[in-house]
Design a protein. Structure first.
Length: 280
């Protein structure tokens, strides 16, 4: 009876919190196991297919944690998205290169899309989101053609259908972020240098005092996106630096970026106006 009572308490806690959470293994590379945390909207017996939102943490492809976007995942899962916080290989923990980081994030989106029925998602409505290097990875999954893991099913697209980018390092060319590690491979790795027709609709958040991503770079990215016929909304935040959107750094700008992303996703038909959810 005690075990049953504990289970019911946990079940009710998930129900009233507006989401449920689980950890899923999505990739095994030698002895490295890579997981994603899945946040699903409430407990429901219906057959509805939800849009998915996949978050990639920042950290220069060197470090970082899935905890970075946990507040956003909690919010958007309550709003009606299935959210995924994806771990991927980085330099500090796995001696990995940025190229391996990208291979992992492509693997993650393929894994999610292939298991759309299991996760109860619509595979044609996958949003990739990320901050800094994680923003690069989100954009690269949509734009970059190379860097596929040899174990991936290449018949499944790793490209998201929409992008939510938080000060992404989208220029990896000479003078851009990461060139010292990427070198001449930037030509096939840097989103700014590979924008093409069909790039997904994008919202781009940036502080005007970001020391890694110049405002001019973001404005040029928007210009090129619009030139190929793709939507790109750029939001600039005065006097804000890199990482200004993180909840533990500045709650007000965390709230503003979440609200703007919510409105953007409503405009795409990925979210309804209800249910109203308090930003915590």
């Amino acid at each position: 009876m005690r075990k049953l009572h504990s289970f019911l308490v946990l079940l009710l806690a998930f129900y009233f919190s507006g989401f449920s959470q689980e950890k899923v293994l999505y990739k095994q590379v030698d002895t490295t196991s890579l997981y994603m945390d899945v946040y699903s909207p409430g407990l429901s017996e219906d057959t509805k297919k939800y849009p998915a939102m996949v978050f990639f943490f920042g950290g220069g492809w060197k470090g970082g944690s899935t905890a970075q976007f946990e507040p956003q995942a909690r919010y958007f899962s309550k709003r009606g998205l299935v959210c995924f916080l994806v771990d991927y290989r980085v330099l500090s923990r796995h001696k990995a290169t940025p190229f391996e980081s990208l291979k992992d994030t492509k693997s993650a989106i393929r894994f999610i899309r292939q298991r759309a029925d299991q996760f109860r998602i619509d595979p044609s409505r996958i949003i990739a989101a990320g901050g800094s290097a994680g923003g690069h990875l989100a954009a690269a999954c949509a734009i970059i053609q190379d860097y596929d893991a040899p174990t991936d099913d290449l018949g499944i697209s790793p490209a998201p259908n929409a992008l939510v980018l938080f000060n992404p390092v989208i220029d990896n060319g000479p003078g851009g972020y990461g060139y010292d590690r990427i070198k001449t491979a930037y030509k096939s790795f840097s989103p700014l240098h590979n924008i093409m027709s069909g790039a997904p609709p994008t919202i781009f958040f940036l502080g005007t005092k970001d020391h890694l991503v110049p405002v001019e770079t973001a404005q040029y990215y928007k210009k090129v996106m619009e030139k190929v016929g793709s939507r790109c909304e750029l939001y600039l935040y005065e006097d804000q630096g890199h990482g200004f959107f993180n909840r533990d750094r500045n709650f007000e700008h965390y709230r503003k970026t979440v609200m703007a992303a919510d409105t953007f996703l409503q405009s795409l038909g990925y979210l309804d106006q209800e249910p109203k959810v308090e930003i915590e």
